[in-house]
Design a protein. Structure first.
Length: 427
């Protein structure tokens, strides 16, 4: 090795250690960046040429080269937060995201390219799109909130608006279970039991059931609903009422229900129509099979339920471990609108890092495979959680000291070669 090649080797050594120091400084700068992955340095020997002499071969070294060594698949510590839309991947995989540009009319145009990140500090922006602090928009599969069908053909930006409402559902079924006292005297009337029902507009109303004993093993069910008989021709409301005679067998079970005015009978069920002002007419069915006549001192109603729902306004959004994005409404209902898949790669460490803590797929990484969270090797999703940077400050400082010493050693070689060349020139 000549003095000149020694100078080249030590200069390359300085450049390599500078590259390593650059990676260390970047890691330290991002020690608090959500889901940041530390970057190592890989060193490789440089050989400029090979000289053959007889049967032996000698190589002329040119020092070293350094390249970044990515650790994209490392798992950072997952910490809890108070924000339900903060998300973390627990295991392998990434969130699929896009960038967007704002048009003059205020709408967004999303990029054609898909990127990937584990930085899950998503928050609904002014338009309801789930956007993280780096400006990336979360992608998911849309889901029919009624049927539960998920459209996995296309990834779309997840959009949840605080103006979303849940439509009212008119009551169609009244569930009722009670026991009537078998020893009650004829003419006994029980205390009325009421249940709140909902019409097609979501307005609430009360329906009451009471019983009157008319004969041995025979009771009359009295059904009343205030303002439940609206007459659209006259524009007036009246109270709905109907009386159904119910006979019990010797075992205390319903044997038959007589037909009558204002209701229909099917088996052990009665059905009646209610009409409220401003709402559609609704038919309500009530199964009396769970009504019995056993020995007791008084009536006991064990359940009185209905299937209607009042209209609801947006209350909150939640994400479960399978990636289902649901909106919770003020009426107690919860409906799922998106499923967030997790993107995995054959060689995740070969993803290309881009600005703002995201990655692009490369030939070496392979294309993304989308799976439901927690399936097919994909990690689960933790809501109200964020993944911390995997930077170990103690390790970085140790590597910094080693890098500094190696840099100084290479600089010393440069100084020594310089002195030796001066000696050679002065001969």
């Amino acid at each position: 090795m000549t003095l000149l090649s020694s100078l080249i080797s030590s200069t390359n050594g300085l450049l390599a250690q500078s590259t390593a120091l650059s990676g260390i400084s970047d890691d330290l700068a991002n020690a608090s960046t959500t889901a940041y992955k530390s970057t190592g340095t890989s060193f490789s020997d440089l050989v400029s040429s090979s000289l053959s002499s007889g049967t032996s071969t000698a190589s002329t070294g040119s020092g070293v080269t350094a390249s970044a060594k990515y650790n994209n698949s490392a798992q950072g510590t997952i910490s809890s937060t108070s924000t339900s839309t903060d998300l973390a991947v627990n295991g392998s995989g990434y969130f699929a995201v896009k960038t967007a540009t704002e048009n003059t009319d205020g709408t967004l145009t999303f990029s054609s390219d898909t990127y990937y990140t584990r930085s899950g500090d998503f928050t609904p922006n002014a338009d309801g799109y789930m956007e993280n602090s780096e400006g990336y928009y979360l992608l998911g599969y849309s889901e029919n909130s009624t049927t539960g069908t998920v459209d996995t053909s296309t990834l779309t930006p997840v959009q949840i608006s605080s103006s979303m409402t849940d439509a009212a559902v008119a009551t169609t079924t009244l569930g009722y279970a009670a026991n009537l006292p078998a020893s009650a005297d004829v003419g006994t009337t029980t205390t009325a039991s009421s249940e709140t029902i909902y019409d097609s507009t979501g307005a609430s109303h009360d329906v009451s059931y009471s019983w009157t004993k008319t004969d041995t093993n025979t009771w009359t069910l009295n059904v009343t609903a205030a303002d439940g008989a609206y007459d659209s021709s006259t524009g007036t409301s009246g109270d709905y009422s109907a009386s159904a005679s119910v006979t019990f067998d010797s075992s205390g079970n319903v044997a038959s229900i007589d037909t009558g005015d204002g209701y229909t009978v099917s088996g052990n069920s009665i059905s009646f129509d209610l009409s409220y002002q401003g709402a559609s007419t609704q038919t309500i069915s009530s199964d009396l099979s769970n009504t019995t006549q056993y020995a007791a001192s008084s009536i006991s109603v064990s359940s009185f339920t209905q299937d209607g729902i009042a209209s609801g306004s947006y209350s909150s959004v939640s994400v479960d471990s399978s990636g289902n994005v649901s909106v919770n409404y003020s009426n107690g209902e919860s409906k799922t609108y998106y499923e967030i898949p997790v993107a995995t790669f054959r060689a995740a460490d070969s993803l290309a890092a881009i600005s703002r803590n995201a990655y692009q797929a490369t030939y070496s990484s392979g294309a993304a495979t989308y799976s439901a969270a927690g399936t097919s090797g994909a990690g689960s999703i933790s809501s109200s959680s964020l993944e911390s940077s995997d930077v170990d400050i103690a390790t970085e400082f140790t590597d910094m000291i080693s890098t500094q010493q190696n840099y100084s050693a290479n600089a010393k070689v440069v100084t020594s070669v310089n002195e030796m060349m001066k000696t050679l020139v002065n001969l």
